[in-house]
Design a protein around this ligand. Sequence first.
Ligand code: ADP
Ligand code: MG
Length: 249
Amino acid sequence: MTHVLSIEGAGKVFPQGRGGSVTALAQTSLDVRENEFLSIVGPSGCGKSTLLRLMAGLERPSAGSINFRGQAVTRPSGRIGLVFQDYSLLPWRSILHNIELGLEFQNLAARQRRQRAVEHLDLVGLAQFKDAYPHQLSGGMRQRAAIARALAVEPDVLLMDEPFGALDAHTRLLMQRELLALWEKRRKTVVFVTHSIDEAVYLSDRVVVMEKDPGRVIEVLDVPLPRPRTRKDPDFGRLTESILELLKY
Ligand SMILES: Nc1ncnc2c1ncn2[C@@H]1O[C@H](COP(=O)(O)OP(=O)(O)O)[C@@H](O)[C@H]1O
Ligand SMILES: [Mg+2]
């Protein structure tokens, strides 16, 4: 089994108040496998974002280590792409320019950069909106643009932190399907944070279940359901139930 990311006994403690501290993530070990779709679920405050930020190199662990293909992750890199809930598109730049911005740190000629941006806008079905500004797009379209921007860098791993959290229920279901279609077209390792158990079971090969106080991993489950999945599958319901039980809902 090849591992893209290896988290070995990594934890994160933040200072808080007068000399106090908060354990955002207790020591955790986890391997992310090549080309898998891995979800992380758990209640608010259980350290999901902290774990993802450690994987992204946005945060350094207080203990343990994070390795990407055998090398310590010490800072963000183009090999690891990120998508957040709030799109993080620059409002004063067109969609095309937002995508190109992500490519400015790569050694690409202007023409190649443009070509790569257009190709990825096309991939997410936004080609005809390339000259629009973020405020002119719906939430779902903005999130597709954010995904295109992350993919345009051609990362090995895509880390997504509640990317559909701000979308209405209908758009969210559509985006889940679109993301799976993309993942099937451009096989990639995806680590997907969500607090929706349903979303995690629908999308993932494996689900990491976390609990809070302190933030920690309590279980890693395989999702052996065939794809394409349907929520009508009794096994879908059973798996969802067992995760709910783990979380004591
Ligand atoms: N930069 C920070 N400074 C202090 N505490 C933090 C910081 N980031 C996260 N925390 C705390 O760590 C815990 C886990 O946070 P987070 O990883 O954001 O959880 P989740 O994404 O699961 O909601 C929370 O109690 C949060 O308040
Ligand atoms: Mg979070």
